[in-house]
Design a protein around this ligand. Structure first.
Ligand SMILES: [Zn+2]
Length: 325
């Protein structure tokens, strides 16, 4: 049994402190995907962060392992260290170049979605005009499959996400997204999207963010309720957890350089009335309460273990194979 945290954020700064990750490990998490950049971050910032995060992990083998495979994750769990890989939130860091995917993979990235809330030349964001996947985007989906990364549709426009899921030869995930039927927000996903994800063999990992759960002070019970909705709709093997906890370190400014406008990326009209900084997250300790919470909503112990990680382990085992199509 592996506890799989599908998405968490440290400051996008080379001096980010890794000690919050010890809290994840102490709460029982075996694997975490850490964000290394979004569409608003220039490649120079992403490369700097990747260099520092890789060095931090390599310097502390008693705490962390840079995991590239399911076998690595199982080995890390057996040794009691936290397995880590990286994710990108948006396709702009690919610079319209499909072969950037293999490069990022070599640097430890194992998961990517194509648009951070706003449209770009590859895909649509969930808070922008609907167009659908572009021709270059279609080639990028194939490149993600070939490079052996998890194709993620969080933050992506609805129609575009359906195009991506139809195009992918491998299971597609939502690493942090919640059912729209339970909380009305443009970041949340429709039943049609959840069904399309399940049809790829993928997993919808529910987030622990207050606005997306539809609660002010989110708890393990809220996360369980959202996971149970996915399980009831498409089967428990398609539900997972990506709490999206942001470990902010106020002394580090990780804003992108230049004229960065947060209201462009998090539009007030889309429901970000208060600043993103004031969103609340489920606490790390949610992980210790989740198995019970999932059983309270009707799951067996084994089904709860599936939601907490074994489902994502299955999908990663399929998606992380490199494929010479
Ligand atoms: Zn996100």
């Amino acid at each position: 049994m592996i506890n799989w945290e599908a998405h968490a954020c440290l400051p996008l700064h080379p001096q980010a402190d890794f000690s919050p990750l010890d809290r994840l490990r102490e709460a029982g998490v075996n694997y975490v995907s850490i964000n290394v950049g979004m569409d608003m971050n220039p490649v120079s910032q992403i490369i700097s962060v990747l260099a520092a995060f890789r060095a931090n992990i390599a310097a502390q083998p008693e705490r962390f392992m840079l995991a590239g495979s399911v076998a690595d994750i199982k080995q890390a769990a057996a040794a009691g260290v936290l397995a880590i890989s990286f994710d990108l939130e948006g396709a702009l860091p690919l610079q319209e170049q499909p072969d950037m995917l293999a490069l990022y993979r070599d640097l430890g990235v194992r998961q990517i979605h194509f648009a951070y809330n706003r449209n770009n030349s590859i895909a649509d964001g969930c808070h922008d005009v609907e167009r659908g996947l572009t021709p270059l985007g279609l080639r990028m989906v194939q490149a993600v499959n070939q490079a052996g990364l998890l194709m993620d549709c969080s933050h992506t426009g609805r129609r575009c996400s359906l195009d991506i899921m139809a195009a992918s030869a491998k299971p597609v995930i939502f690493s942090h997204a919640n059912p729209l039927a339970l909380a009305e927000h443009g970041r949340n996903i429709t039943d049609e999207q959840i069904k399309a994800c399940a049809a790829t063999g993928g997993v919808v990992c529910v987030s622990g963010v207050s606005a997306f759960l539809g609660t002010r002070t989110p708890t393990a019970d809220d996360v369980a309720r959202h996971a149970a909705y996915v399980a009831d709709l498409v089967g428990v093997q398609h539900a997972g957890v990506g709490l999206d906890i942001s470990f902010r370190q106020d002394e580090l400014n990780d804003n992108p350089p230049g004229d960065y406008d947060p209201t462009y990326w998090w539009p007030k009209a889309a429901g970000y009335n208060r600043s993103v900084e004031r969103m609340t997250y489920t606490p790390v300790e949610t992980w210790q309460l989740l198995s019970n919470a999932l059983q309270k909503v009707g799951m067996s112990t084994a089904e709860a273990a599936g939601v907490m990680g074994d489902n994502m382990l299955r999908v990663a085992g399929q998606a992380w194979q490199r494929h010479p199509f």
